[in-house]
Design a protein around this ligand. Structure first.
Ligand SMILES: [Zn+2]
Length: 339
């Protein structure tokens, strides 16, 4: 077990024990594979993971595997175990043991306490339909959520008060100043500027059931484990400014970001069940090899001229984000459909 000091900011200092992860996170380059077990990994997920793997392995860096298992009811049975197996079959290795988020709840609570102590978050009892009704014209945020109009700002001094007054368990929202524009350099998209107050407004960092929101958990995890680069699908591009705001508030230094284009269907929508069975486990069951799938994925990214089999390590030598297609890949048909 090793201890590491981090997050020194306004007297906010604590240490974390790395019980499960037997790797040094003081490395210069630390990346992570972060599968979400809300469904089986499919082609689109595999493509993003391949790029995350190539980015860190081509630099000789450390790669962690974190299974984001906080989404309670949406977690599919067996998916927590399946994700590392799928990655392993693809030849995408990682350092140390896979980590889960669920044992780290006290850690997220500590971060939330810090935000409370600094007056940066407040209890909110609004339901989704109340938020929608509060808009004069419904306004959709970049990731298709609804902008929060600030109804509960300054309304309650504590969660107990919110509960007593309304009979509801409150969520906690992070306060976003009016006109707060966050600018960052994305490795794939270049300079990105998003007005967080106009886009989503004050956002949830802890849910009504006490679970940390995705935004808080990933920021705390990436900070604790010294993650220096995040490579993920560009459907998460618009959530990055929220994570940067939280990192700043918690005194955590932010990683670099590369938001890679997604795989979409002919209908322009993100790859899903309706586009056929593209689960990694299905390709494996059908006798297709990991190298065959990796070769196909590398070709869809523009990294190879032909979709011929290749091991991930053989793509490292000349890997560069400048070489990947910046448009989404349109999945038309299963390349092994006749096998
Ligand atoms: Zn509210």
């Amino acid at each position: 077990m090793r201890e590491r000091e981090f997050g020194v900011h306004d007297g906010f200092s604590y240490s974390v024990a790395h019980e499960a992860v037997n790797v040094t996170t003081d490395a210069t380059n630390v990346g992570r594979l972060a599968p979400s077990p809300t469904g089986a990994l499919h082609l689109g997920n595999a493509r993003s993971f391949l790029l995350a793997w190539l980015s860190i392995r081509s630099k000789g860096g450390v790669l962690l595997c974190r299974i984001e298992d906080l989404d309670g009811p949406r977690i599919k049975a067996g998916a927590v175990e399946q994700a590392p197996e799928d990655l392993d079959w693809l030849g995408l290795d990682w350092d140390g043991e896979p980590m889960l988020q669920s044992p780290r709840l006290p850690r997220y609570e500590l971060a939330l306490d810090h935000l409370r102590a600094r007056g940066l978050v407040y209890p909110c009892v609004c339901t989704r339909s109340e938020i929608e009704r509060a808009q004069s014209a419904p306004q959709e945020s970049l990731d298709h959520g609804t902008r929060y109009p600030g109804t509960c700002r300054g309304r309650f001094s504590s969660s107990a008060e919110a509960r007593d007054a309304t009979g509801r368990d409150p969520a906690w929202r992070f306060r976003v100043d009016e006109g707060r524009v966050i600018t960052f350099n994305d490795v794939v998209h270049g300079e990105v500027a998003i007005d967080v107050s106009a886009d989503c407004g004050d956002f949830v960092v802890a849910k009504k059931d006490g679970q940390p929101a995705y935004q808080l958990a990933v920021v705390v995890d990436d900070g604790d484990y010294g993650v220096t680069e995040v490579v993920r699908g560009d459907d998460l591009l618009s959530s990055t400014p929220r994570q940067l705001l939280l990192a700043e508030a918690l005194g955590i230094s932010s990683p670099s970001y590369a938001h890679v284009p997604l795989v979409i269907g002919r209908d322009g929508r993100r790859l899903a069940k309706r586009h056929g069975d593209t689960r990694i486990s299905s390709f494996r069951r059908r006798g297709i090899t990991g190298d065959e799938l990796v070769g196909y994925l590398a070709w869809t990214c523009g990294l190879r001229a032909e979709p011929t089999p290749v091991a991930p390590r053989d793509l490292c030598a000349d890997f560069d984000f400048g070489r990947i297609d910046t448009e989404p890949f349109v999945f038309v048909e299963d390349p092994w459909r006749n096998e």
